[in-house]
Write a protein that binds this ligand. Structure first.
Ligand code: SAH
Length: 235
């Protein structure tokens, strides 16, 4: 936790917070903080700054807070991904949030298990947990938007695709016809990542009408690894 993410409900005065949850335990057990120490803090959706420890015991952490800086700039990239298995989804959400993604658009295609949509990792509380861990890691405060669209692929393309921002569309799809993933691309970018089982040929054909296929070389990576490698190249 490189930043303690604060909610408006944590404030007991304009410049003072009291924390009693995992953040208190983390500050006590991992930071091993003491009264007088200064910790990085940020208000969800707001500015970042410092929190000075006023009190810390097994129940309560009290901080005097001063918020004076902007969070890091967002990545001008929308991540459109076939809903991965819960374990991968959690990793993708946390890591891509840490890398600055502010909009995730999850879709269904033929090789996405229907059960992935009912997993707790794909419901708002499970999603929110990973987003907060990603923000705390990267000293950011701005929660990304996460959309989960369970309709069939053709309906997703008709109903949701038009809501994506204008800009370059890159489809991560290793194999013939793909060009090497470009580096340091000026946004906005829409990056499409496929399911663990791959796209069907018909799905690839539809996507090829919408953007450019890119790859990272001959190694097939796990979704969570591919996402991080793609973002690092494109950012
Ligand atoms: N068996 C599948 C592999 C899917 S891997 C197939 O042959 O297509 C899951 C997703 O991760 C892919 O759809 C792609 O979006 C991304 N990915 C994995 N390895 C990649 C690579 N080397 N280059 C680009 N994208 C990759």
């Amino acid at each position: 936790m490189n930043l303690i993410l604060l909610d408006p409900s944590d404030f007991v005065a304009t410049d003072r917070v009291v924390l009693r949850d995992r953040r208190r335990a983390h500050v006590q057990q991992v930071h091993r903080a003491a009264v007088g120490d200064s910790l990085r803090v940020g208000l969800v959706g707001g500015r970042v700054g410092r929190g000075t420890v006023l009190a810390l015991d097994d129940a309560t952490l009290e901080l005097a807070v001063s918020l004076h800086d902007d969070p890091p700039p967002p990545l001008a990239l929308t991540l459109v991904l076939a809903l991965p298995r819960p374990h991968s989804l959690r990793k993708v959400l946390q890591q891509a949030t840490a890398m600055g993604v502010k909009r995730f658009v999850c879709f269904r295609c033929a090789r996405v298990e229907p059960s992935f949509f009912t997993a707790s990792a794909a419901q708002p509380p499970g999603i929110g947990e990973e987003l907060r861990l990603g923000l705390e890691q990267a000293r950011d405060t701005v929660l990304p938007a996460v959309e989960v669209h369970p309709q069939p692929f053709h309906r997703f393309l008709a109903e949701v695709w038009p809501t994506l921002p204008e800009g370059q569309v890159l489809i991560a799809h290793p194999g013939p016809g793909a060009v090497a993933c470009p580096r340091a691309v000026a946004g906005p970018i829409t990056l499409v990542v496929g399911p663990e089982g791959g796209f069907l040929p018909a799905e690839v054909a539809r996507l090829a009408e919408l953007g450019t296929s890119i790859d990272l070389g001959p190694r097939i990576l796990r979704v969570e690894t591919a996402v991080v490698a793609l973002l690092a190249r494109l950012a």
